[in-house]
Design a binder for this molecule. Structure first.
Ligand code: SF4
Ligand code: ZN
Length: 737
């Protein structure tokens, strides 16, 4: 029986290789062997082939070599092989399939056929997944917002079932990739993407549902994505196929749901996915395979009941899902965070400069509040709410707990945004006294009341801050006069907090915190987080990590006692060095927090921004994730990211969080912001106000105008011209090294 399936997989593999060969011959004849190809925004060439073999495919001629490797994998004579992993016949055919599919998709890009477009609806599929998205998702994976990934291949028996299956996955915050087609129960050839589009389900990265393309081959994009996790976050070397396969199996929690009948291509693509450690669950009568004997397909399972298929897949892959949903009548989870509510769909809104509104988390004594209570203060509240439109709203979240500290208020308050946004049909923006909230018509019809807003904050504040919060009580103010009065108090509290925060500098504390969250991907990387330097992903500052440690003392954020200062200019302490020796898998001996030249911090892969030295200009440049243009360092962000990541120290290059740029400790030992000779326009805009303040403090109030951006220079020659004309101070400073 397994023989039968293996035969199908091998047959599929041969078909794909033949197809790739024909397409390649045509392209070679038309464009010549030196024709250069790159998938959009990646530093990893054809990522699957590159990861497995170390061979960088750059031209059509290279594709021919790579296809040769795929053919070799199917060849019966091991001695002659260029590259062969010897995983066993069917599994090798699976890997051969992935190589062939990668080449086919590359050729389709060359022919302008990718990303695919659905002719019926005009819908544009995602196509290749860029390094930028890859790295952005990395952080969601490590902080647990996203427990894993599902690839759905084919079509559900009908549209309602398609929605049901996808919603069930979405509620568990698992990212869904869609590809392939099959026949629905009426015998029509279709795909889940179309089924969801017909049901008006919002698709895209924001909602965790990403259609890759209409063919089974498009599944490769998801596998390509996951193998890059091993290269980027794991720091595994190209060509070391065994460690890549182990990494994806151990660290990337992916599975496939194969809906509808299986053909040869699906079997062979499945064999490729199984190579990477991703099991598949099918909804058809495939032969049942028992995990006895040497049967490679023990990773394939079946579940004919569509109500159970998601649960089954989760069990098979061994995913741990903890979603504690508040008791409200709409769906809930981070997958709904990206939803927008347009005016036409809006039932009611609060704030947004249209009505007074604020949010405030406040510490109380344990005996002052009643846990779980929602208090609503106002006149004719029900009637006013039911009319819809616009309402003022003040929300006070009172928390009490033996381990609660005033410093944690801002952290709890910042989560209020996510608390609301994660409810389906509810939308939230801003914070403090500039909040803006909307509830859409559907959520109102489903029964969302004002009280539910309080219920959401109660449940989630408990869930998120379990060990510091013992009691939570929420008060909603709905009359303008009350709101304005309490808002005054809240504003005083905000101000006090800001003052305290501004006074918090590295010298004023004796403890820094580590963040080890990215070690699941980059085992040697440690973010050292001080009051004046946040984590490089931008998601954690010193207060966050302090609170995180209180909440979970054995978690990913640990205190680092600074110890003695060895070099207070470069930012080096005995305690930090000791900590790193123990916790960086022996990779980092010593660290300087305030320089890029001498033992700078390592980078995992999820940095918001990269600093790179420009030796010719005696300074540094800054480029943020998402910038696709060239930089004066001679590399694009994606290429730079490839050299910076992986948890090693790279003098001259470093990943940072954007807010670090305006810290007084930014490259303090190297000359600070005066060293910045180039940064992207969008970065300039993003940090504008704070940067101006810093520039004044440094005595260079007009430096922002002297810093070049992509509109004046994308290479070092133009850059130097500009800097000279502008009289940039870096040109006069001491040499950087
Ligand atoms: Fe990863 Fe550093 Fe962010 Fe922690 S702070 S999640 S280690 S990048
Ligand atoms: Zn990271």
């Amino acid at each position: 029986m397994s023989k039968l399936i293996a035969t199908a997989a091998i047959r599929g593999s041969h078909k794909l290789i033949l197809n790739a060969e024909q397409m390649l011959e045509k392209a070679l004849a038309e464009k010549g062997k030196d024709f250069v190809f790159e998938f959009p925004d990646t530093a990893f060439y054809l990522p699957m082939i590159y990861a497995m073999t170390g061979f960088a495919v750059k031209t059509l001629a290279d594709m021919k070599v790579a296809l040769g490797m795929a053919k070799e994998m199917l060849h019966p004579e091991p001695e002659e092989h260029i590259w062969k992993p010897y995983l066993g016949e069917a599994l090798d055919s699976g890997m051969a399939t992935l190589f062939a599919e990668e080449i086919i998709l590359a050729l389709k890009y060359i022919n302008g056929l990718e990303p695919a477009v659905d002719l019926g609806t005009g819908y544009i599929y995602n196509g290749f997944i860029t390094d930028t998205i890859q790295r952005n998702l990395g952080i969601q994976l490590v902080d647990g917002r996203m427990p894993g990934f599902a690839a759905i291949i084919g079509a559900a028996p009908d549209e309602d079932l398609a929605v049901k299956i996808v919603r069930e996955i979405q509620e568990k915050n698992i990212l869904t990739f869609l590809s392939g087609q099959s026949r629905d129960k009426n015998g029509n050839l279709t795909c889940v993407t179309k089924q969801l589009l017909n049901k008006k389900v919002e698709l895209g990265w924001d909602t965790y549902i990403v259609p890759l393309g209409p063919d089974t081959e498009h599944t490769l994009y998801a596998l390509d994505w996951s193998v890059r996790a091993s290269l980027i976050f794991g720091g595994k070397k190209p060509g070391d196929f065994k460690t890549h396969l182990k990494y994806t199996k151990d660290r990337v929690f992916a599975f496939a749901l194969v809906l509808g009948d299986l053909d040869d291509i699906k079997w062979s693509t499945g064999a490729g996915a199984i190579n990477m450690g991703y099991p598949a669950v099918c909804d058809t009568e495939i032969p049942v395979i028992h995990p006895t004997g040497v049967c490679i397909y023990e990773e394939v399972d079946r579940e004919l009941d569509h109500n159970k298929i998601v649960q089954r897949a989760i069990e098979v892959r061994g995913l741990k899902i903890i979603v504690e949903k508040p008791p409200i009548p709409v769906a809930y989870g981070p997958a709904f965070e990206g939803e927008r509510i347009r005016k036409e769909d809006m039932f009611i809104e609060f704030g947004g400069q249209r009505s007074p509104a604020f949010e405030w988390a406040r510490t109380r004594e344990l005996d002052e509040i009643e846990d779980g209570k929602v208090i609503i203060v106002g006149t004719d509240v029900e009637e006013r709410y039911k009319k819809g439109g616009l309402m003022p709203l003040g929300i006070v979240v009172d928390v009490a707990g033996r381990k609660m500290q005033k410093d944690f208020e801002s952290i709890i308050e910042r989560k209020l945004h996510h608390n609301i946004n994660e409810a389906q049909g509810l939308w939230h923006m801003g914070q403090r006294d500039i909040v803006w909230m909307r509830i859409n018509n559907q959520a109102f019809k489903d029964g969302i009341t004002l009280e539910h807003l309080g219920v959401i904050h109660n449940t989630l504040t408990h869930n998120r801050f379990r060990s510091i919060v013992d009691k939570v009580q929420v008060t909603l103010y709905l009359d303008e006069k009350d709101i304005l009065a309490v808002q005054e108090e809240a504003r005083k509290a905000y101000k006090e907090r800001d003052k305290r925060l501004a006074g918090m500098i590295d010298e004023s504390v004796d403890t820094f915190y580590s963040c080890l969250l990215c070690q699941s991907f980059a085992p040697s990387h440690v973010c050292v987080i001080s009051p004046e330097r946040l984590g490089l992903c931008g998601a954690y500052n010193w207060l966050d990590t302090k609170a995180a440690f209180e909440i979970d003392p054995t978690g990913g954020n640990q205190p680092i006692l600074k110890g003695e200062a060895i070099d207070s200019v470069k930012g080096r302490w005995t305690g930090v060095d000791e900590y790193l020796k123990k916790n960086s898998a022996g990779k980092v001996e010593t660290l300087n927090l305030y320089t890029i030249i001498d033992n700078p911090m390592t980078s995992c892969g999820c940095f918001e921004c990269i600093i790179s030295i420009i030796p010719e200009a005696n300074g540094v440049m800054l480029v943020q994730r998402g910038h696709t243009g060239m930089t004066p360092a001679g590399m694009k962000f994606s290429t730079l990211a490839g050299t910076v990541g992986g948890g090693t120290q790279n003098p001259g290059f470093m990943g940072i969080g954007v807010n670090f740029i305006t810290s007084k400790k930014f490259l303090y030992a190297d000359g600070g912001i005066k060293r910045i000779v180039w940064m992207t326009k969008s970065l300039k805009e993003r940090i504008g106000e704070d940067f101006k303040k810093r520039a004044e403090e440094e005595g260079v109030p007009d430096i922002l105008d002297k810093i070049a951006d992509e509109t004046v220079a994308e290479d070092s020659e133009k850059l130097l011209e500009y800097l000279t004309k502008a009289g940039h101070p870096a040109l006069e400073m001491e040499p950087m090294f």
